[in-house]
Every structure is written in structure tokens, then in C-alpha cells.
Design a protein around this ligand. Structure first.
Ligand code: TLP
Length: 341
């Protein structure tokens, strides 16, 4: 049976070139700073985002946690969007390991109102924790891959500057955001003190994310990575793929976005589903199930039997994600199957 895996872009397998590069990558012990391939990837990531330094980390979750730890002290507070990945999906690492308290702001499609962010910043008062970080997610996963408007980022930046607070970007899908805005990733990165972006999603590397920022920040981050057990040895095997992710894979994202739109429009034309097409900005499609008697879990199971893999999102939605291992023909095939469900 043909399987079409739309659960996530994390399921992408390495490209042929990546397999080739893995075999040939010059290696060394990266904890000693000796792996030339990791060093090359870190320099490339820093240059691509126009920042001083970068650090190769095993996962996006670890990259975000290290960023929170490097920007804060235990007992401080960080401002986060209510549906952000750091708040919802990272097993409370920021609270448990970094020891910070989240101040959550409910955004509109993941976009925080700058006024509410400013109101969330604590005054200097003996009773209050110090606010030390604002986190933004772009694209916003729970909002269905929606892109944060550039003027919103500018407004948040000016607040952060006014209050001398750092800003971190969970840019797991930063390159999808830049593709949708038709801008350079540097333009988005410019608003932030640190950025995490994933190599292992639409950019198709098997493993790894990058943490990017200033020299001091990355020096602290490198030590924290070691403390958390993320100091890797001949990591150039993986970094070799990451180099190709940055050099070659961003152009694939345009295709992924086009496929997501075709999928969204096709599903919206079917009687059982609806998709808010205005909210399909990138490679994620949140699909609403019209029949409220059918739960998302039930639907996902039914689809699985027919070879279409998806993730439930709440009770009434499923999430479909396009990526390089799902081609246009697969999208049309998936639509046919969905019509028969
Ligand atoms: N997201 C995964 C799941 O964890 C939900 C997915 O399938 O979308 N930030 C954002 C915005 C993410 O979407 C993810 C992964 C991460 C961070 C964490 O990255 P990893 O999986 O590398 O730890």
C-alpha cells in the first residue's frame, strides 16, 4: 500500500547528496572544537543569519532550552505565546530546567499584541520576578504555519529594547517564514538576539538544529549544551547534511508551500472538511472536521488504514504537513482518498 506521510516535515529523509556528503565529511571531536564540518556548518549558519556565531545542537527543543537558560537566571520570567511550542510541547523544560516562570500571552493566530506584551513586563518591585526574555515563534506551528507579520516583530523589538529585555526566536521553520514573505532570513533574524532554526524539518537533514546569536551568547550556550549532554563528538556526519540543508533545501520550501495550498483548496472543496485558506501561509494545513460526531483521532485512524498519515490537532482538527518526500502526485492521491472517507 502506498503510504503518504503528512504527519510532519520532521519525517523527511536525507537527500542523495546528503548521504554522499555523510560518507566523505572530514571529522574530528567537536567537544574539542576539532570537527571541521561542524565548524563549517556553524560559520555558514551565522553568516546566513548575519549574526556573530552559531552552535549545532541535536534538536530544536534543546536549542530553545539552551537559549532560555543562556538569556535568563532561575526565578526570572519569560514572555511566551499561549500556543507556542516552548510552552506547550517542550515538557516544561523552561520551568523545570531553566527554572523560569512563563508569562503567557494569548495571541491571535500566534501573533502577540505588543501592548499585551508590554503590560506583561514586570515592574521593578520586591514582589515580582524580573522579566528577562520575550520568545516568538515563526512560523507558528499551532496556528497552522502562519507567518508573523514583520511590523509585529519590529514593535516587539522596540519594546524589548526599551525595557532591555532579550528576544529569542523559535524559528524551527524560519526558512518557511522567509520563503512565504519572499525575504532573506537575515531580515527576520535582525529582530532577535538569538534564533533557533531546525535543519531536520523541511530542510531535510536527518538530525540537528542551529542556535545562532552573538559571541557571548553562543559561548554561554556552548557550555550549557555540554551540561545538558548535547556535546557531540564526530558530529560532522550530521553537520554535513546541515550544510546542504542551508545551501540547497530552502528552494524546496516553495514547492512544499504550493503543495500545501493545493491540498488545502482540494480539502476545502470536499463536503466533510473545511480549511481557512487565508491561514495557509506555508507548509502546514489545519483541517477542520465538519461532522462533530467524528473525532480527530477516529479520522486519523481511518486515514491510516488507507495509507494517509496525519496528526490529530485538538478534537475537531487534523494537521497535515507537506515536505519534500510528498510530491504533487501524492497530494492528488491523498485528496482522492480523503474524498472516499
Ligand atoms: N515540532 C514537531 C512536534 O514537536 C510538534 C512537529 O511535528 O511540528 N519549535 C517548533 C515550532 C516546532 O514545531 C518543533 C517541533 C520544535 C520547536 C522542536 O524541534 P525538535 O523536534 O527538533 O525538538
Amino acid at each position: 500500500m502506498k503510504i503518504i506521510d503528512l504527519r510532519s516535515d520532521t519525517v523527511t529523509t536525507p537527500t542523495k547528496d546528503m548521504y554522499q556528503r555523510m560518507q566523505e565529511a572530514p571529522l574530528g571531536d567537536d567537544v574539542y572544537g576539532d570537527d571541521p564540518t561542524v565548524n563549517k556548518l556553524e560559520a555558514l549558519a551565522a553568516k546566513t543569519l548575519n549574526k556573530e556565531q552559531a552552535l549545532f545542537v541535536p534538536t530544536g527543543t534543546m536549542g530553545n532550552l539552551i537559549a532560555v537558560m543562556a538569556h535568563t537566571h532561575p526565578g526570572e520570567e519569560i514572555i511566551l505565546e499561549r500556543n507556542s511550542h516552548i510552552f506547550l510541547y517542550e515538557a516544561a523544560g523552561a520551568s523545570r530546567i531553566a527554572g523560569v516562570q512563563p508569562m503567557v500571552i494569548k495571541g491571535m493566530d500566534g501573533v502577540m499584541d505588543p501592548k499585551e506584551v508590554e503590560e506583561g513586563i514586570r515592574e521593578d518591585n520586591i514582589h515580582f520576578p524580573t522579566t528577562s526574555l520575550i520568545c516568538v515563534e515563526n512560523t507558528h506551528n499551532m496556528a497552522g504555519g502562519m507567518v508573523q507579520p514583520m511590523n509585529n516583530l519590529q514593535e516587539l523589538r522596540s519594546i524589548a529594547d526599551r525595557y532591555k529585555i532579550s528576544m529569542h526566536l523559535d524559528g524551527a521553520r524560519l526558512f518557511n517564514a522567509a520563503t512565504a514573505l519572499d525575504c532573506d532570513v537575515k531580515e527576520i533574524a535582525a529582530h532577535f538576539d538569538s534564533i533557533m532554526f531546525c535543519l531536520s524539518k523541511g530542510l531535510s537533514a536527518p538530525i540537528g538544529s542551529m542556535l545562532v546569536g552573538g559571541q557571548d551568547f553562543i559561548d554561554r550556550a556552548r557550555k550549557l549544551r555540554k551540561m545538558l549532554g548535547g556535546g557531540m563528538r564526530q558530529a560532522g556526519i550530521m553537520a554535513s547534511c546541515g550544510i546542504l540543508s542551508i545551501e540547497q533545501m530552502p528552494r524546496q520550501l516553495k514547492i512544499d508551500h504550493e503543495n500545501a495550498r493545493i491540498l488545502a483548496e482540494g480539502l476545502n472543496n470536499l463536503s466533510g472538511f473545511s480549511v481557512n485558506l487565508d491561514k495557509v501561509h506555508t507548509n502546514i494545513v489545519n483541517v477542520s472536521i465538519k461532522d462533530k460526531m467524528i473525532s480527530s483521532e477516529y479520522l486519523v485512524e481511518k486515514m491510516k488504514v488507507k495509507g494517509i498519515l496525519a496528526n490529530p490537532r485538538g478534537k475537531d482538527f487534523i494537521r497535515l504537513v507537506t515536505h519534500k518526500d510528498v510530491i504533487l502526485e501524492d497530494i492528488h492521491y491523498a485528496l482522492k482518498i480523503m474524498e472516499s472517507i
